[in-house]
Design a protein around this ligand. Structure first.
Ligand code: PRP
Ligand code: ZN
Ligand code: MG
Length: 224
């Protein structure tokens, strides 16, 4: 797909949205976001911001539908595993790992239960939004389990009787605590990252990326 304006995908609403917006603004992009709009035109540069679900961002970049994307490494890695299994392209370039969006994908079990390592999950039902990362981890441990796929409210699954354990993102830990769960095993650590489509960009778009990257590097270095 060929458009004249550089297309950057970012999360519409969620843990990365505010920081991603702020980062782009600090690189000089004048963005006029309207809550109801999927696409925001950058006023002072030939750039369009696409605001989508974070889960859709890696696929949009790997399919070359957008030029750049800002996404959590957890979502990126999960999508890679999923697409690999489907025989779809998993190519992209990492432009810069970012300094926000810290979180970890962890296994959690009801607070009152005893944890004696991953093998205590043998045969357990585990609710998650990240079945591929979970499968990879437990396969390495030689543990068989029953995945329960949920795209939201994963943390209520044990109490609701849908699962014995969960595998979900943890940042402050407040969500787990509020739901009577305890984090027992980190399986993946993640930050936000800026990625680019693998195929070559038209020269004018690449020139724009090359102009923006030093600004972004400078911004990130300044706040290290
Ligand atoms: C994650 C996760 C929990 C929450 C944990 O969701 O699913 O709901 O964050 O954070 P805490 O440890 O600080 O309480 P996220 O906000 O990433 O949204 P998503 O699941 O809709 O992608
Ligand atoms: Zn999400
Ligand atoms: Mg959530």
């Amino acid at each position: 797909m060929e458009t004249k304006r550089l297309r950057i995908a970012m999360q519409k609403s969620g843990r990365l949205s505010q920081d991603s917006q702020a980062l782009l603004k600090s690189c000089g992009l004048k963005i006029n976001l309207r809550e109801d709009r999927l696409i925001a035109h950058v006023e002072n540069m030939p750039i369009d911001i696409l605001r989508v679900r974070d889960d859709d961002i890696p696929g949009l970049v790997m399919d070359g539908v957008v030029d750049l994307g800002i996404v959590g490494e957890n979502v990126l890695e999960e999508t890679m595993l999923e697409r690999q299994a489907l025989g779809l392209s998993v190519e992209y370039k990492t432009l810069r790992r970012l300094d926000y969006g810290d979180c970890r994908l962890s296994l959690a079990i009801p607070q009152e239960q005893v944890w004696s390592g991953p093998e205590s999950l043998a045969g357990a039902r585990i609710a998650t939004t990240y079945p591929n990362l979970l499968k990879r981890f437990l396969a390495e441990q030689g543990v068989k389990f029953k995945p329960v796929m949920l795209t939201g409210s994963v943390e209520v699954a044990p109490r609701a009787g849908l699962a014995d354990a969960i595998c979900d993102l943890v940042s402050s830990g407040a969500t787990l605590e509020a739901n009577g769960l305890k984090e027992v095993q980190v399986i993946y650590r993640s930050k936000a990252t800026l990625i680019q489509a693998a195929q070559e960009l038209p020269a004018d778009k690449q020139a724009l990326v090359d102009k923006l990257m030093p600004r972004l590097q400078g911004m990130l270095q300044a706040r290290e």
